[in-house]
Design a protein around this ligand. Structure first.
Ligand code: IPE
Ligand code: IPE
Ligand code: MG
Length: 264
């Protein structure tokens, strides 16, 4: 992170130490995995009479802030929706701006990600991305794979339905080749074919800019996530907004289909 994580952290050995949580948040009840639909960049720019792409540029700063805070507070995984399979429907200029932005940011921030022990992965149909970006993604994934800090998943050319279809296809191929008995296909087997395999499901989904929809994000994984929708536009998302989301989460009672634990 260019206003690097290192400015906020002291480094002990190779591992950043954790910063104190803001008062009111209980460390033991933080979500292990936070997912975020970073929405509202265009509207943020529109409010300032700027081109939409300026909102995307500012959105990168919000993502860097959010990653730094989640890392500082010991949240295990952050999964961010950067570009959906439907976002190709935007004007060509906006799409190419976004692809170039992803390349620039990744190239610029890789060193800091490595130093801060972030494990970055990109989830989605990566073969459709520009060559240069694919190479940077491969490099960043490889160079941070053995890091021990926060797991940072960037959903790029990601679609939840496409991910489900892919999982079904992989399982079908195993059945067709005789490797797998159809009866062995259970929820665990299915989840193991998703792009998020090995990752716990998100506990908290944050969506900015007030839209009350999922927009094809993590359709399987969000089954029991708590939803926090805020009117804050993504480029304005800051520590106060993240603390509000975490407070909201800590005030929820998660039942997973059971009943509230009350003394009888
Ligand atoms: C989210 O902001 C960023 C991407 C989808 C890439 P938008 O660009 O969707 O912003 P709004 O929704 O038009 O304000
Ligand atoms: C969702 O935002 C996708 C990302 C944040 C990358 P959109 O702006 O594309 O979603 P819709 O069109 O409002 O559903
Ligand atoms: Mg939007």
């Amino acid at each position: 992170m260019s206003r690097s994580l290192t400015t906020a952290l002291t480094v002990e050995g190779n591992r950043p130490s954790r910063c104190a949580l803001p008062p009111g948040l209980e460390p033991a009840r933080l979500p292990a995995h936070v997912a975020v639909i970073m929405d509202g960049n265009g509207r943020w720019a529109g409010q300032r009479k700027l081109p939409r792409v300026m909102g995307h540029r500012e959105g990168v700063e919000a993502l860097k802030r959010t990653l730094r805070l989640c890392s500082d507070w010991g949240i295990g995984s952050l999964t961010a929706y950067a570009f959906s399979t439907e976002n190709w429907n935007r004007p060509g200029e906006e799409v190419s701006f976004l692809m170039t932005l992803f390349e620039r940011v990744l190239a610029k921030e890789l060193k800091a990600l490595e130093q801060e022990q972030v494990r970055i992965r990109f989830l989605g149909d990566l073969e459709q991305l520009p060559e240069g970006l694919q190479q940077l993604i491969q490099d960043a994934t490889d160079r941070t794979a053995s890091n021990t800090g926060i797991r940072f998943n960037v959903c790029t050319n990601y679609g939840g339905r496409r991910e489900l279809v892919r999982a079904a296809r992989l399982l079908a191929q195993e059945v067709a080749s005789g490797e797998r008995d159809p009866d062995s296909i259970d929820e665990q087997a299915f989840a193991s074919k998703l792009l998020t395999a090995g990752e716990p499901d998100p506990d908290l989904l944050i969506r900015t800019s007030g839209e009350q929809r999922i927009s094809n994000f993590l359709l399987w994984q969000l089954a029991y996530a708590e939803l926090h929708i805020t009117d804050v536009l993504w480029p304005d998302f800051d520590e106060t907004a993240l603390v509000s989301a975490l407070m909201d989460f800590q005030n929820r009672q998660r039942r997973f289909g059971g009943v509230a634990s009350v003394s009888s």
